[in-house]
Design a protein around this ligand. Structure first.
Ligand SMILES: Nc1ncnc2c1ncn2[C@@H]1O[C@H](COP(=O)(O)OP(=O)(O)OP(=O)(O)O)[C@@H](O)[C@H]1O
Length: 574
């Protein structure tokens, strides 16, 4: 079967295609601008034909006034064309921004991708930058090259042939430029991205880098990458510069050659001196867009690479916003023979896991280190997709829900609580712009975090910055729980929610779980510590990514330990 060409991705073509009227307008402006470009030639012919023979100053003045008007119009239209093209670029970016942002987020699930600058965002910016540059204008001028050459033919077949030869030479220089710089340009770009990623990595891990005295080695690695990227850049710009200078010189030489050839024809007696100069001007105009395109070839290459990158990404990463909206489901999770492979890995970390949890029940997932508890939490929240089997929420595959909707149905407390720059209230409300303050306070109260928040310098309006150190581990965990409880989630997935909690925190957590059950939510708690079992009705024991036991709490506990852990049930042990 023939494979669809990735460059023809429908979404990209549509994003440009919506501006078809504007593009049509640009084509019309280009036509007028190119016709107006004959002003100089016509003026010169009129000066030769009318003004000089008649010695008429008035004619010259009238002609000149007309020329001023025509050039003014040309300037206005040329500027309008650039403005429209820049707006087409902005519209293109605006239309694809959300799609690209979602792709970047999805790709970031791969640890290897997380370290790199976002290719999709870079690519979109590159295409927008290209459209806002003077280059597309020059590209719209290219089809007018034959128009100027045809006029040259009308003056003289020899001058026409010279024009064609000139266009071929300049175009050949463009092709040589592309051919010689393509690889080096791509290399320079790739290495520069790697160097940027290295800076970003160092910046993010600055405490470790400084603490372990690793600045020197990192600097050496970074400088190595920058030097390689600079070398590749220099090599490209050397070749490009050589060819650009050659093309400039060739154009001027050709214009002089046109004058020379015109002079030969004038001397032969069958040619007008005005036509000789007119052809020289026409040739310059015909070759100008070709030369401009050569000079900016790198930009065209980068824009084309960016287009191909986006095409491939759009073809391979589905647009999730296209799913049909489902009604709010029942608070029930069914995991059916689900196997989970971490993104970018080959080996599953969870093997054929099967269990269910119904509304109003709490399930504890316990097991030794690296048993797969956090992996299960990630799979349940859709962060890591199941490689085999199905995870259902309210009977529907969780992949059927758009990620943001699924996120709202699930209250997820990850093992490491990350808070974002913004106020405490914004963090609890998951940055929902229409958040109801009463709902934020309610979530905090349910997580028993309300009093703690009121004791912060600005209460709910306390601003948290990136990497803030205002909050202790326990405080973060309580805020994380409030955030998980915000917005009436159906299922709570709490990964080690008790890891940094003191006795008060543990009591609060168990109270929050009991209340969630009363509210009809299902609760799944991943934990090492037995204190988490107090409110749980069922227990699932994981070991090496497999279910060792699953069932009612006391039954499972007595099976695996020989006791019912009465003190655990009473909430006494931690
Ligand atoms: N991002 C990842 N990429 C590849 N493998 C991973 C990733 N995260 C975890 N694993 C592997 O998956 C297995 C299960 O890890 P997981 O963190 O789910 O265990 P856990 O039971 O939560 O452990 P702990 O109690 O120590 O937090 C481990 O062997 C771990 O090495």
């Amino acid at each position: 079967m023939l494979k669809k060409k990735p460059n023809n991705n429908k979404e990209l073509l549509t994003a440009i295609g919506v501006s078809y009227r504007a593009l049509g307008g640009v084509a019309v402006f280009s036509a007028v601008v190119n016709i107006l470009a004959l002003t100089g030639t016509l003026f010169m012919l009129q000066v030769y034909d009318r003004v000089i023979p008649s010695h008429s100053g008035a004619t010259l003045l009238a002609l000149f006034a007309l020329v001023v008007l025509l050039y003014l119009l040309m300037g206005i239209l040329d500027n309008a064309r650039s403005r429209v093209l820049a707006r087409i670029g902005a519209r293109f970016q605006d239309r694809l921004d959300e799609r690209v942002f979602r792709i970047v987020l999805k790709q970031s699930r791969l640890p290897s991708e997380r370290q790199k600058p976002a290719v999709a965002l870079n690519s979109l910016g590159t295409i927008q930058g290209f459209l806002a540059s003077p280059l597309p204008g020059a590209i719209f001028d290219l089809p007018w090259v034959p128009f100027f050459l045809t006029i040259m033919f009308a003056f003289s077949i020899w001058l026409g042939l010279l024009g064609i030869a000139g266009a071929i030479i300049v175009a050949a220089l463009a092709v040589a430029n592309q051919w010689l710089t393509k690889r080096k340009n791509a290399d320079a770009y790739r290495i520069r991205l790697e160097a940027d990623a290295e800076t970003e990595r160092t910046r993010k891990q600055i405490e470790t880098v400084l603490g372990l005295g690793m600045v020197g080695p990192f600097l050496t690695r970074w400088k190595g990458l920058r030097a390689t990227s600079l070398d590749a850049n220099l090599a490209t710009s050397d070749i490009s510069g050589r060819l650009t200078s050659a093309s400039k010189a060739v154009r001027q030489l050709l214009q002089s050659a046109a004058l020379g050839l015109g002079a030969v024809l004038v001397l032969a007696g069958d040619f007008h001196a005005g036509a000789m100069i007119a052809c020289s001007i026409l040739l310059g105009r015909a070759l100008a867009p070709i030369e401009q395109v050569i000079g900016q070839w790198g930009l065209i290459q980068r824009a084309w690479e960016a287009w191909k990158n986006l095409s491939v990404l759009f073809e391979t990463i589905e647009d999730e916003t296209q799913h049909m909206p489902l009604p709010r489901p029942e608070a029930r999770i069914d995991v059916e023979a689900a196997s989970v492979v971490p993104p970018g890995e080959r080996k599953p970390v969870l093997h054929a896991i099967t269990f269910s949890i119904t509304p109003g029940k709490a399930l504890a997932v316990i097991g030794p280190c690296a048993a797969g508890k956090s992996s299960l939490a990630r799979a349940l929240t859709g962060v890591w997709p199941a490689a085999a089997g199905i995870i259902r929420l309210g009977g529907a595959d969780i992949n059927e829900y758009p990620p943001d909707t699924l996120g709202r149905y699930l209250g997820y407390l990850p093992q490491t609580v990350t808070l974002f720059p913004g106020t405490v209230a914004q963090n609890i409300a998951r940055f929902d712009e229409n958040a109801d303050p009463a709902a934020i306070v309610r979530a905090a109260q349910k997580a028993e975090a309300h009093k703690m928040i009121l004791n912060l310098p600005m209460g709910y309006d306390t601003v948290l910055t990136e990497g803030e150190s205002l909050l202790s581990g326990g405080q973060r965990q309580r805020l994380g729980l409030a955030r998980a409880l915000y917005g009436d989630p159906l299922v709570l997935v709490l990964d080690e929610p008790n890891a940094s909690l003191d006795d008060d925190g543990l009591r609060a957590l168990n109270g929050a779980i009991a209340e969630a059950k009363t509210d009809g939510r299902a609760v799944i708690i991943m934990s090492h510590r037995p204190s988490a079992l107090a409110e749980c009705d069922e227990v699932l024991v994981l070991e090496k990514g497999q279910v060792r036991a699953f069932g009612p709490r006391d039954e499972v506990l007595s099976r695996i330990t020989g006791t019912q852990m009465p003190n655990v049930v009473a909430g006494g042990a931690k």
